[in-house]
Structure formats: C-alpha cells, structure tokens
Design a protein around this ligand. Structure first.
Ligand SMILES: NC(=O)c1ccc[n+]([C@@H]2O[C@H](COP(=O)([O-])OP(=O)(O)OC[C@H]3O[C@@H](n4cnc5c(N)ncnc54)[C@H](O)[C@@H]3O)[C@@H](O)[C@H]2O)c1
Ligand SMILES: CC(C)[C@H](C(=O)O)[C@@H](O)C(=O)O
Ligand SMILES: [Mg+2]
Length: 390
C-alpha cells in the first residue's frame, strides 16, 4: 500500500456527501504501511460483515513524505486528515532520517498532526489476552488478568514546550521545557476520570510531585476535580515507583493518568505486560478528528520482512470504529476475532518466548496472521444492539 500524493485521491469529506465514513490511512515508515494494510483490511471486513462500508484514502507522512520531497506533514495530508472521519497511522521515523534537525524529522510530522487535530487525550489500553501469559518475560501469574489503560496527555509538557541550545558562560547549554497550563491539565484529568467511571472506577495520577512543580499542579488539579467523581477512587503514585509496581503488580491499576513524557515511557514498559509492544493499540481523542495508532514505532530492524505483529494496528482500527464511527459492534467483531486467533495458537515471532514456542502454537508472518483474523471476522456472528448510526 504505497502512499500516493494526496491530491490524487480527490480529497473531500465523502462521508458528508453520501453517508460513507472516510478513514485516512497514513502508513508512514518501516513496518507502518505493513500493519496499516492489515488493519484496513480488518476494518473493511468488519464493516462488510455488518452490511456497512468505509471509504479509505491514503496520504504520505514522516519519512515517506520526505522521500517525495515534501515536509514531514505535507499540507494536503493535513487537509485530508481534517476532512476525514478518522485517521489511522502506522509509524514514522527511522535511521535514514535520524541526522536531520528536529523540525525536519519524520517524528515532527506526527507531533504537528496531533497538535493540528487537537487530540489531547491519548488512550493506550494494555490487556493480556488469554493464552498469551507465557509469552511475556514476566511470570504468567504476574501478567495474567492485566487490564489497564494509560491516559497520556498528548499536547503539552516537554514535547511542545520551548527548547533549544545557547552559549552559556561555561560552554553550550541545552534546554527542553515542561510546561502546562491549568486548562490543559483539567481537560486531560476530566477525560481520565470519565474513563475510570466507565471502567473499574480507579484512577492513579502518575507524577513526580516530590520534585517537579508541574507535578504538584497536576496533583492539585486532580484533587480539585475529583469530588465531582465521588464514585472514582483517586490515588497518586510517583512515576519511578509506578514503573516498578507496573511490572510487579499490574492488576493493581485501572486508569493511569500521565503527563506526556511519563505516559510515553510507561506505555512502552506496560507493553511487556501484554506480551509484546506489537499488541498495543492507541486512540488519540478530544480533538476535531480521532487519530488511531499502534503504540509501537517503525521497527526498522524487521521492516520489509513480513514478520511484524499487526495486532496493535488491528486493535487500533477497532478503536477507530468504536470511538469515531460509533460502531461498537464492528469493533467487538474485530476484538473477538483477534482473541479467537490467539486462543487457537497463531502468533507472530515477537510473541514467541525465549525458550521457543509452546506445543500447539504456530508462528506465522504478518499476512498469514491477518488472513486468520479476517477469516474469523467473516465467520463471526454479528451481535445484537448495533451502536451504528442508522
Ligand atoms: N508513533 C510512531 O510513529 C512511533 C512510535 C515509536 C517510535 N517511533 C519511531 O520508530 C523508530 C524506531 O523506534 P524504536 O526502535 O525505539 O521502537 P519500535 O517500537 O519501532 O521498536 C522497538 C522493538 O520492538 C519491535 N517491534 C515494534 N513493533 C513491532 C511489531 N508490530 N511486531 C513485532 N515487533 C515489533 C522492534 O522490532 C524493535 O525490536 C524511531 O525512528 C522512532 O522515532 C515512531
Ligand atoms: C515517535 C514519537 C514522537 C512518539 C511519541 O513520543 O509520542 C512515539 O514514541 C509514540 O509513543 O507515539
Ligand atoms: Mg512512544
């Protein structure tokens, strides 16, 4: 699925013309296009199973755009994203572009896209699927039953604060600034409290309030907002000890609310609880258009080999159907198909533990695993009570 110039697609919010939702696919770099192709096929199959349709468009971003002589977020790509009903992105970045200055790097395209879409709440569910317990390097009895969500603030903190270098009296000086205004904290905190209310009603604010002024303000604001959510148990945990507790007793957590950088780091750590980083999806919400991504990156070490785990992207596609299109039934269809295929023993290589695959497990590539999931979607029984708009 090579990206093509956005102009070629005709553009425009087709959903607003004929009722068919438009999903913009941004494959990006490395394994990004491989896993987005798998996720797009699953979204289409689930929609078809339920008698609906999606219109897919494609555009370049990141290194793929740079290779076309375009900036990392080309203007037509941004326009198509703003006009779409939802955006599914693979990953951006890779060693080929690591020498570029910050604003020209592929990653700058993704950060600008998030900012332009206004998606301040990044939801990263971490769930251990039944049957995968022995794939984690952690003990099965530790990871079994893990079911938590990292809510990562996505548009503030070190990622977007002033940064730079200057000459100081004793030599070069470098700075990155961690800055939040109260409104940014409040909207993320309310989002996480609402999410906790719909889950097991437990929220942990992850911070470094023993050192950072920013963290002290996050605590104050969560304490100020919590009384409006008397059904949610709110607790506070320093990020360093949270990193330890996450791998020691993951079932202690329900919703983890993090500022931007803490959430980035802890969600990659939490991937170990799900067996592999290739398993984790994410949804970036709260803005004009939802942005959905697997949590992993472009994995240059395995790109082009057809071995990437597509499940994180496929589950991100399911989140897209639920959160942006309101198709809970189609999302459930994909989630059940993934669970079924894993329970039947199908795995990509990243889910094989150091000692080798267990009896009954078959290790396959991206396409073969996707084909199994597609077959399971096609064989599924659509659930009652569709949440689809009629
Ligand atoms: N959202 C994004 O676009 C995003 C996220 C993270 C990193 N990146 C970029 O990706 C590049 C590589 O970063 P990295 O190596 O630190 O992280 P990474 O997530 O790409 O890879 C880390 C390790 O996990 C493995 N892995 C990742 N996804 C996998 C999958 N689906 N199936 C099987 N194995 C998988 C990789 O092979 C690698 O060994 C960098 O340029 C980075 O900036 C982009
Ligand atoms: C590629 C990078 C900018 C990105 C981030 O740090 O947000 C990635 O690590 C992620 O987790 O989506
Ligand atoms: Mg990350």
């Amino acid at each position: 699925m090579p990206p093509h110039p956005p102009e070629a697609s005709g553009g425009g919010p087709v959903s607003r013309r004929d009722g068919t939702p438009v999903v913009l696919l941004l494959g990006g770099d490395g394994i990004g296009p491989e896993v987005v192709e798998a996720a797009a096929a699953c979204m289409q199959a689930a929609a078809r199973r339920l008698g609906r349709a999606i219109r897919l468009e494609e555009a370049p971003i990141g290194g793929a755009a740079l290779e076309m002589g375009l900036p990392p977020l080309p203007e037509p790509t941004l326009r198509m994203a703003l006009d779409a009903d939802a955006v599914l992105l693979g990953a951006v970045g890779g060693p080929r572009w690591d020498g570029l200055p910050g604003p020209q790097r592929p990653e700058a395209g993704l950060l600008e896209l998030r900012r332009q879409l206004g998606v301040f709440a990044n939801v990263r569910p971490v769930r251990m699927f039944a049957g995968l317990e022995t794939t984690s390097p952690l003990r099965p009895e530790v990871v079994a039953g893990t079911d938590l969500v990292v809510v990562r603030e996505l548009l503030g903190g070190l990622y977007y604060g002033p940064r730079g270098r200057r000459q100081g009296p004793g030599g070069p000086v470098v700075f990155d600034t961690l800055e939040y205004d109260q409104a940014q904290i409040d909207r993320a905190a309310r989002f996480a409290l609402e999410m906790a209310r719909r889950r097991r009603r437990s929220l942990t604010l992850v911070d470094k309030a023993n050192v950072l002024e920013s963290s002290r303000m996050w605590r104050e604001r969560v304490q100020a907002l919590a009384p409006a959510y008397p059904d949610v148990a709110v607790s506070f945990q320093y990020v360093d000890s949270c990193a330890m507790r996450l791998v020691r007793e993951p079932r202690a957590f329900d919703v983890l609310l993090c500022e931007n950088m803490f959430g980035d780091i802890l969600s990659d750590e939490a991937a170990v609880l799900a067996g592999s980083i290739g398993m984790l999806p994410s949804a970036s919400l709260g803005g004009r258009v939802g942005l959905y991504e697997p949590v992993h990156g472009s994995a240059p070490d395995i790109a082009g080999r057809g071995v990437a785990n597509p499940i994180g992207a496929i589950l991100a596609g399911a989140m897209l159907l639920e959160w942006s299109l309101g198709w809970r039934d189609a999302a459930a269809c994909i989630e059940a198909a993934v669970a079924r295929v894993l329970a039947d023993g199908w795995r990509t290589g990243d889910l094989v533990p150091a000692g080798g695959p267990a009896p009954g497990v078959s290790v396959v590539g991206t396409q073969a695993l996707t084909d199994r999931i597609l077959a399971a979607i096609e064989q599924s029984t659509p659930q009652e009570g569709s949440s689809a708009p009629s």
